[in-house]
Design a binder for this molecule. Structure first.
Ligand code: NAP
Length: 504
């Protein structure tokens, strides 16, 4: 039996059923970490511990509680394929409903005993002699693991915008991912800085409540309609009675997203035009004022920045109490925001919808692999990993949602689940083959990445807009340049020949 209440993590890991030889550490308890944990349990591997720096599981869906927070991928495909949910209340579930789904998964698969909350991993070092990773927690505790699975996510830590005087603001200020629910926005003069995926959900949700809402837009984005609506009680009952309907629905939703894929990610102006026309029709239907429409219409190719999906963002901009401010912010003062045209916008509260410090391109904490090389060193020229999962020189260390595995057009969980399958195969091979460590071959990794980067020139992401997709040098180490089906096919089978295999 799994030992609970052990006084030391090393005891907990070592006492699990697969024995002291095979302790596994999962870092992070968002969709990736939870999915990995469930599949390990299903495979009969219980010797894992999941470390979570926050006080509850959930990742993105624990942190993003801003009004209107929801997934812009349909829920029947944005959920685990092995854990369909007949009770989704809306086509696009809100963050609370998704978090409740994850909590149910944790209880159903009895993951709590494997969970170490409020414990951040601060450092990881591999020892080639023993084939073990030593991990240090933020409280100085030492944990050893044969395998480390990193599910820390990329869009986690709020990005603080570099705006002069921001710290001198004396009103209320918070980031969308750290919403202050104790602050009542009713009747207040509120500024939202940023117009990305988070802002376009929060703005329509708070606009009816606030006194005056000023939305500060640095660059507009293509928005397409969402078609969100409640799922009727009758349909939910059908899903419960005939779960195969959900499978068909999932396949259809996924298939549709894959069909749309080339419109969203290829640098083919004739395909981009299809998306642009769809968005333009939505703009015409949502906004009657041509001057406002002109301000909201992007000048870059469809898909270059993440396409936004909303039924009511653009129409909200025409509300009487909402202003779209397109002049650049020059300064924030104690009670106002000053823009380049010299105007001073008096505000009571500033909401930063300014996105995240991207964690994909850097190691989440110091990670030291073979020959004392750090992951930051290995990624100095941009983050690379074989199939986004394994990095040469970092044995038995698997990354979920690693470099070049982000989708711009479909559910990220399609990628996550195929990574789980791949890592599970590797772990099984290690256990049955008595392998001390596996390290992806440098030549295999280089060939894979040269192939991916070679394809980037056909992608729309570097056609002249700025986005979190791109590194400072303009290279893309975030997204996969192709269909999810291609990625899944390529990662379907773990091939030991692609790894240096060391047995003791
Ligand atoms: P984001 O897409 O990075 O948007 C940040 C916004 O802040 C942009 O409009 C940016 O302007 C603006 N901004 C940043 N710094 C600024 C500054 N100093 N002054 C003025 N404006 C500034 O962030 P996000 O909206 O939080 O979304 C991040 C990602 O999270 C999304 O791309 C998506 O992958 C994910 N997300 C998903 C969902 C979902 O429903 N699935 C919902 C929310 C978020 P520029 O465009 O000019 O840089």
């Amino acid at each position: 039996m799994y030992v609970q209440n052990a006084s030391h993590t090393e005891d907990v890991v070592a006492a699990a059923p697969t024995g002291p030889d095979f302790p596994i550490v999962i870092i992070g308890s968002g969709f990736a970490g939870i999915g990995m944990a469930i599949q390990l349990k299903k495979a009969g591997i219980y010797s894992f511990t999941m470390f979570e720096r926050a006080s509850e599981i959930g990742g993105t869906w624990r942190d993003n509680t801003y009004p209107g927070a929801a997934c812009d991928v349909p829920s029947h495909v944005y959920s685990f394929s092995f854990e369909p949910n007949a009770n989704w209340g809306r086509r696009y579930a809100g963050s609370q409903e998704i978090q409740a789904y994850l909590l149910r998964c944790v209880e159903k698969y009895k993951l709590r005993p494997h969970l170490r909350l409020n414990t951040a991993i601060a450092e990881a070092t591999f020892d080639a002699g023993t084939g073990l990773w030593t991990l240090m927690t933020d409280s100085g505790e030492r944990v050893t693991a044969r395998v480390v699975v990193s599910g820390v996510g990329g869009l986690v830590d709020p990005a603080a915008p570099n705006i002069k005087g921001l710290d001198t603001f004396t009103g209320e200020m918070f980031h969308t991912a750290r919403w202050n629910h104790d602050y009542d926005l009713t009747g207040k003069r509120v500024a939202v800085i940023g117009t990305g995926a988070s802002a376009i959900q929060a703005v329509p949700a708070i606009a009816p409540k606030v006194g005056r809402l000023s939305v500060f837009q640095r660059s507009p984005a293509w928005v397409v309609p969402k078609g969100d609506r409640a799922i009727s009680a009758r349909l939910r009952q059908r899903f419960r009675r005939f779960p195969w309907i959900m499978k068909i629905l999932r396949t259809l939703l996924y298939g549709f997203s894959e069909l749309m894929g080339p419109i969203i990610f290829l640098d083919a102006p004739w395909l981009s035009k299809i998306g642009e026309r769809m968005s333009e029709r939505h703009l015409q239907a949502s906004v009657s004022d041509p001057a406002l429409r002109a301000k909201l219409r992007p000048d870059f190719q469809f898909g270059c920045k993440r396409m936004l999906i909303s039924d009511d963002y653009w129409s909200t901009m025409e509300r009487e109490n909402v202003d779209l401010v397109t002049d650049a912010i020059t300064e924030v003062r104690a009670g106002s925001i000053v823009t380049a045209d010299g105007r001073e916008h008096a505000v009571d509260a500033i909401i930063l919808a300014t996105g995240f410090a991207l964690g994909l391109a850097t190691a989440p904490f110091p990670v030291t692999g073979l020959e004392s090389r750090t992951l930051d060193d290995a990624w100095r020229g941009g983050a690379v990993a074989y199939k986004g999962v394994s990095v040469a020189g970092f044995p038995n260390y698997f990354i979920m949602m690693g470099p070049n595995t982000g989708p711009g057009h479909t559910s990220v969980l399609v990628f996550t689940e195929s990574q789980i399958g791949y890592i599970l195969q590797a772990i099984r091979q290690m256990i049955t083959g008595k392998i001390t460590y596996l390290s992806v071959r440098q030549d295999v990794q280089d060939r894979y990445n040269a192939g991916l980067q070679g394809r980037m020139k056909h992608m729309v992401w570097s056609t002249g807009c700025s986005s979190w997709y791109l590194d400072d040098d303009g290279s893309n180490h975030a997204l996969f340049p192709g269909l999810a089906s291609e990625y899944c096919a390529r990662i379907r089978k773990f091939k030991p020949a692609e790894y240096e295999v060391v047995r003791s």
